[in-house]
Design a protein around this ligand. Structure first.
Ligand code: FE2
Length: 418
């Protein structure tokens, strides 16, 4: 297979992309438009880029909004209560069918890599086991990492630590914690130390729901970063949400960033979810409750965007379209300068791949797996502005789907020549 007349991120001009089976074989600059022939795809001067990455989603809870009741307060904590009620009704087929439908939505919007959390505050571990089975079943179609997530506390939930050890035995790739939800600060700190210890012992990645609260005194991030630093595993550790950082004192933040840079941990922000769930205890002014993405990025710290929820007890919208999340994130974080737009896709591609630890096999370069998407736009700015459709998705050299560009079929109402 071959793609001709493609634009690539960060480059001017047009390129031909050659495939050798499941791998890219060469990327060649063109000096003119080429005519496509049989077996080649004409990108028509549109952008070919690496597939989108969804680094933080809850597939076990997806599509359950309103079951058995709606989250009326819009808070994280009522969401956890609603989910606790729904969780008692979970069955493998129920989880599997909703996860598959959600993955279909993600794939149709250009995603080929997913990290899903699975709630393990459940003695049956049905969510984790079902998602691990689905991961293995779909391994040649989509890359899935399963994170064991103790939604109701690693230490506060009965036998939480033993359930985490069972989750690791059952095949979790990633392990997590929720320190701000533990009963006490001491338990929150201990939960992070336990997770780093377990990750080191079992060679797991770490992804913590960290400081997902507006409380400026929620400072578990410094504990996570220090533990990761001293364990020498910073690049394998991720702090998700960190919304309390929005409310931290600037002097404390300045000191904190030194540690964050030394530790090398990754960050995931979920801007649509956080702006909905946070600020709920404020009157006016209302905090945005989104972590300091712009400042983290400027400090050279790896940070990416995720959707977190698709129609679940915490967030009842969502559709798998990461360009929408990126649009929200850039607005909310004041990242609206031209210098932000020209590299906007970094936050749903390269940065996310680094968070998942898959960067070695990710990207468009000779010798890498032939995974890519074709977007209906010329560059990052154009794609973001137009919220472009994904016209083509290729995985391991095979076309997953193709979509024709949308066209207006009615007469040109405003045409001066009409
Ligand atoms: Fe989450």
């Amino acid at each position: 297979m071959k793609i001709v007349n493609a634009r690539l991120r960060g480059s001017s001009g047009l390129y031909s992309i050659d495939f050798d089976g499941a791998y890219f074989s060469s990327i060649t600059p063109q000096d003119r438009q080429l005519t496509s022939d049989t077996g080649s795809i004409d990108a028509r001067s549109r952008l070919v880029c690496a597939p989108f990455v969804e680094p933080h989603i809850h597939l076990d809870a997806a599509l359950t909004a309103g079951q058995p009741r709606w989250n009326k307060s819009g808070t994280l904590f009522e969401g956890i209560e609603c989910w606790s009620d729904r969780k008692s009704m979970l069955e493998p087929d129920d989880i599997r069918n909703r996860a598959l439908e959600t993955l279909e939505q993600l794939v149709s919007h250009g995603v080929q890599y997913v990290r899903t959390h699975a709630d393990i505050s459940d003695p049956s571990l049905v969510g984790l086991k079902t998602l691990c089975s689905l991961r293995d079943e779909l391994s040649d179609k989509i890359h899935i990492q399963v994170a064991a997530f103790p939604q109701e506390g690693l230490l506060s939930y009965p036998r939480g630590l033993q359930l985490m050890e069972q989750a690791i035995e059952s095949g979790a790739d990633v392990i997590g914690a929720i320190p701000h939800f533990e009963y006490t600060r001491e338990m929150g700190e201990s939960s992070l130390k336990e997770i780093i210890r377990l990750a080191g012992a079992h060679d797991c990645l770490v992804d913590v729901h960290c400081d997902e609260i507006d409380d400026p005194n929620s400072r578990f991030l410094e504990v996570l970063a220090a533990e990761a630093l001293f364990a020498g595993m910073g690049s394998r550790v991720t702090a998700s949400h960190t919304t309390a950082m929005h409310s931290y004192d600037n002097a404390y933040c300045s000191k904190l960033f030194r540690l964050l840079k030394h530790s090398g941990i990754n960050f995931i922000s979920c801007p649509t979810e956080s702006i909905h769930l946070q600020g709920r205890f404020d009157t006016y002014p209302k905090r945005r409750g989104v972590t300091r993405v712009k400042e983290l990025d400027a400090a050279g710290i790896n940070v990416c965007f995720a959707e977190d929820s698709i129609r679940d007890p915490w967030y009842s919208l969502g559709n798998g379209r990461l360009l929408r999340v990126l649009d929200f994130g850039l607005h909310i974080c004041h990242m609206m300068g031209h210098e932000d737009f020209v590299r906007a896709l970094d936050f749903i591609t390269d940065h996310s791949a680094r968070t998942l630890g898959i960067e070695k096999d990710y990207g468009i370069a000779p010798g890498k797996p032939a995974n890519c998407i074709l977007l209906d736009g010329e560059d990052d700015y154009d794609v973001l502005r137009r919220q472009s459709d994904v016209l083509l998705s290729i995985r391991q050299g095979q076309i997953i789907f193709q979509r024709e560009p949308a066209q207006v079929v009615t007469p040109k109402h405003l045409s001066v020549n009409a």
